[in-house]
Design a protein around this ligand. Structure first.
Ligand SMILES: Cc1cc2nc3c(=O)[nH]c(=O)nc-3n(C[C@H](O)[C@H](O)[C@H](O)COP(=O)(O)OP(=O)(O)OC[C@H]3O[C@@H](n4cnc5c(N)ncnc54)[C@H](O)[C@@H]3O)c2cc1C
Ligand SMILES: *[C@@H]1O[C@H](CO)[C@@H](O)[C@H](O)[C@H]1NC(C)=O
Ligand SMILES: *[C@@H]1O[C@H](CO)[C@@H](O)[C@H](O)[C@H]1NC(C)=O
Ligand SMILES: *[C@@H]1O[C@H](CO)[C@@H](O)[C@H](O)[C@H]1NC(C)=O
Ligand SMILES: *[C@@H]1O[C@H](CO)[C@@H](O)[C@H](O)[C@H]1NC(C)=O
Ligand SMILES: *[C@@H]1O[C@H](CO)[C@@H](O)[C@H](O)[C@H]1NC(C)=O
Ligand SMILES: *[C@@H]1O[C@H](CO)[C@@H](O)[C@H](O)[C@H]1NC(C)=O
Ligand SMILES: *[C@@H]1O[C@H](CO)[C@@H](O)[C@H](O)[C@H]1NC(C)=O
Ligand SMILES: *[C@@H]1O[C@H](CO)[C@@H](O)[C@H](O)[C@H]1NC(C)=O
Length: 590
């Protein structure tokens, strides 16, 4: 056990203003009860909840800039302008060459702005299966992570909101399972693509054994095909920055937020006198008193990176990089668990596709003007990652793929696959298309986040080991066959034209090879600071999110989920943060 950790941060100088500070020199204090590293999806939840008690002071340190005034972080349709590598709001990470995926190097998108990934993600709102959370309870030995005990936190986070087009939503969701008073707006699509949507729903009646309709995939029983819900309200993105840091919350006298503040490492003051090791011009500041706790909310890449920079990790690996090992915790950065996506697309005999906007500058400008004037029209929906519907599907129980590996899913009510139904084709292909994107959401493969050097500002090494398990590749092969089966329903007759790639003509072996050459990550990484039972010989945090063996330090973000859920990960991250904040309050009787 050590005494409380202390933070060293380095930052780019900037101009200071109001309660969100851009220059450390403007900070009114260097003494806080809690310092939260990372103003991302989870960090802002924790900051907002802790400062509900006016007797505690909180500082949030965020590496990136503000979300305020970033149009692409506000207009759902313009998401790629804020999410893609090379924008000012991206960490610009890449993966190592992924051997299981034909050696490809992938951009690994992470939000570099207030709100983190919630300010730039695809906004799909999917909670996962009850079995995902029941497995977390089992893997941690803490019933508090079970679906039934976590469920109130989903409601606490959520504000169900009418869609931007105010259409009749009866039969598209189950109101009984949604929250109405929380900070994050959730709504059904606010702009429709009727020709496509009708065919999707018709397929659920034509092929109900494989593709049953599910009224609401967020009930804990996600299997089947249902209407997607999004973290969008009144035509605008709802993020942890817009929802948990509303103007009244930002004005709380006990909350300070410092932007452009990239934390390099946590140090034990007794061994400090740290000098900045980066060649770039940085200034170092010590926060001498995070008198209660430091909370790492830097995400599943950032949090393990900071731990490793601080000497918390595999002792041998750290020593080899010349980083003085402080505390041997070999699981830091290991067990990275991520989804893998592939898909199929077809030309269609219709001009009602998203391409009617993306390939027509006149229409694009009209659509933007409509959004700008009334927060309606196609720009109220995300593009292109999401879709109109998602299906959550399983391998057949007697699939030979289970000879390769035992079923990695948490139970019969949880999916192996996500099938996204999208009224558009691959970007850049002229003409009108639809796509069925298929993801393997219960992967066996595990990757890692490690360091390349002892420079705390160097990009970490992200090795997802996508498709490194044959199980994942063979399962995804079965998944693509399900996509082809979906598209073979009579509903699509006369509408589907030629496939972009003729997957139906491929043998299973060719299909697996095609998948290895044409797949990518889901940006859903978790597990790099995973929870394990108290006293376990592996894992990074205890079920109360305290870093094992270190006093005064917790991790509260997606990293703590030991295995990726069968869902996009923001809803799970929000409930980790809500429960994490409650656990901090409980510790300090706030
Ligand atoms: C492109 C993309 C699309 C996605 N689409 C969806 C979707 O449609 N639906 C869904 O549910 N999920 C989606 N996800 C996943 C989901 O958004 C993430 O799992 C979740 O938001 C992660 O939250 P977090 O709090 O763990 O990390 P983040 O939100 O990444 O927060 C970490 C914060 O810490 C900051 N930070 C990092 N390092 C440091 C440092 N050293 N010092 C100071 N600050 C630091 C970062 O800038 C960031 O603001 C998507 C993710 C991406 C990248
Ligand atoms: C990513 O690249 C863009 C374009 O060069 C840049 O503006 C941005 O600051 C980079 N992000 C980081 C974290 O360095
Ligand atoms: C987890 O599940 C396994 C297998 O069902 C069981 O043996 C074990 O006792 C469970 N552990 C906890 C902590 O519930
Ligand atoms: C950290 O600091 C405490 C006292 O502040 C000291 O007792 C402890 O030995 C230090 N730990 C390390 C690993 O330097
Ligand atoms: C990864 O997690 C599993 C439990 O899910 C655990 O048994 C294993 O030890 C972990 N590996 C590492 C390197 O932490
Ligand atoms: C779209 O297709 C319809 C019916 O085929 C046709 O009448 C219409 O002119 C087309 N619109 C555009 C913009 O091409
Ligand atoms: C482009 O959009 C404009 C405005 O909606 C429309 O009038 C025109 O027909 C479209 N062009 C094509 C080729 O579809
Ligand atoms: C959007 O609307 C605002 C007024 O609400 C206007 O000032 C602005 O110029 C518009 N932007 C564009 C690009 O049309
Ligand atoms: C706020 O925290 C203080 C200090 O722990 C505690 O005494 C007080 O009861 C808390 N207030 C509320 C409303 O919980």
């Amino acid at each position: 056990m050590f005494a409380p950790a202390f933070t060293i941060l380095s930052f780019f100088s900037g101009v200071g203003f109001c309660k969100v500070y851009e220059d450390v020199a403007d900070l009114p204090s260097l003494h806080y009860d809690f310092v939260i590293v990372g103003g991302g999806t989870a960090g802002n939840v924790v900051a907002s909840r802790l400062t509900e008690n006016s007797s505690v002071s909180v500082l949030v340190l965020e590496a990136g800039p503000s979300n305020q005034g970033v149009l692409d972080a506000q207009v759902p349709f313009l998401e790629s302008g804020v999410s893609d590598t090379g924008t000012p709001y991206s960490w610009n990470y890449t993966t190592t060459p992924q051997t299981g995926a034909s050696g490809h190097v992938f951009d690994y998108l992470r939000g570099y702005l207030l709100g983190g990934c919630s300010s730039h993600n695809g906004m799909a709102y999917t909670r996962g299966a009850a079995a995902d959370f029941d497995r977390y309870a089992n893997l941690t030995g803490d019933e508090g992570w079970s679906w039934n005990r976590i469920f109130p936190y989903f409601l606490k986070n959520e504000k169900w909101t009418a869609p931007a087009d105010d259409h009749n939503t009866q039969g598209q969701f189950n109101p009984a399972i949604h929250g109405t008073q929380g900070p994050i707006s959730v709504s059904l699509s606010g702009f429709s693509w009727p020709e496509f949507e009708q065919r999707v729903i018709q397929t659920t009646t034509e092929l109900p054994d494989d593709f049953p309709f599910n009224l609401d995939m967020n009930s804990g029983q996600p299997l089947g095909i249902g209407w997607l819900q999004y973290t969008i309200g009144h035509g605008e993105r709802s993020s942890s920055a817009t929802g948990y840091l509303t103007p009244d919350i930002i004005q709380r006298p006990n909350l300070d937020i410092l932007l452009h503040a990239q934390v390099s490492k946590l140090v034990n003051l007794t061994q400090s006198r740290v000098s900045p090791s980066s060649p770039v011009t940085f200034q170092a500041v010590q926060f001498r008193y995070a008198s209660k706790e430091i909370i790492l909310s830097a995400g599943a890449i950032g949090s393990p990176q900071i731990l490793l920079n601080s000497g918390v990790g595999d002792r041998t690996a750290l020593g080899a990089l010349g980083i003085p090992p402080l505390w041997d915790l070999p699981s830091v950065g290991k067990n990275a668990s991520e989804h893998v996506y592939s898909g199929a697309s077809w030309a269609v005999n219709s001009n009602q596709t998203v391409e009617s906007i993306t390939q027509n500058a006149t229409r694009f400008n009209e659509a933007f003007a409509e959004w700008n004037n009334s927060r309606t029209g196609p720009f109220v929906n995300p593009s292109p990652e999401a879709g109109t519907h998602a299906g959550w599907l399983r391998l057949n129980a007697d699939s030979p793929v289970f000879d390769v590996h035992a079923d990695p899913s948490p139970g019969p009510g949880a999916p192996h696959f996500e099938m996204l139904l999208q009224p558009f084709g691959a970007a850049g292909t002229p003409g009108h298309h639809i796509s069925i994107t298929m993801a393997m959401v219960s992967p066996v493969s595990r990757g890692s986040v490690t360091l390349s050097s002892n420079d705390p500002f160097a990009a970490p090494v992200i090795d997802l080991r996508l498709l490194s398990s044959d199980f994942d590749a063979l399962a995804l092969t079965e998944g693509l066959k399900l996509a082809l089966k979906f598209a073979s329903a009579p509903a699509w007759d006369g509408y589907l034209g030629a496939p972009t790639v003729d997957l139906a003509a491929m043998t299973p072996t060719e299909l697996t090879a095609h998948i290895r050459a044409n797949s990518g990550p889901g940006y859903h990484i978790v597990g790099t600071a995973g929870m394990s039972p108290r006293g376990a010989q592996y894992g990074v945090v205890d079920p109360d999110l305290k870093v094992k063996g270190i006093a005064g330090l917790r991790v509260i973000d997606a990293s703590v989920l030991p295995i990726v859920p069968g869902a996009h990960t923001q809803a799970a991250t929000y409930v980790v943060a809500e429960r994490g904040a409650d656990m901090v309050k409980q510790t300090w009787t706030l």
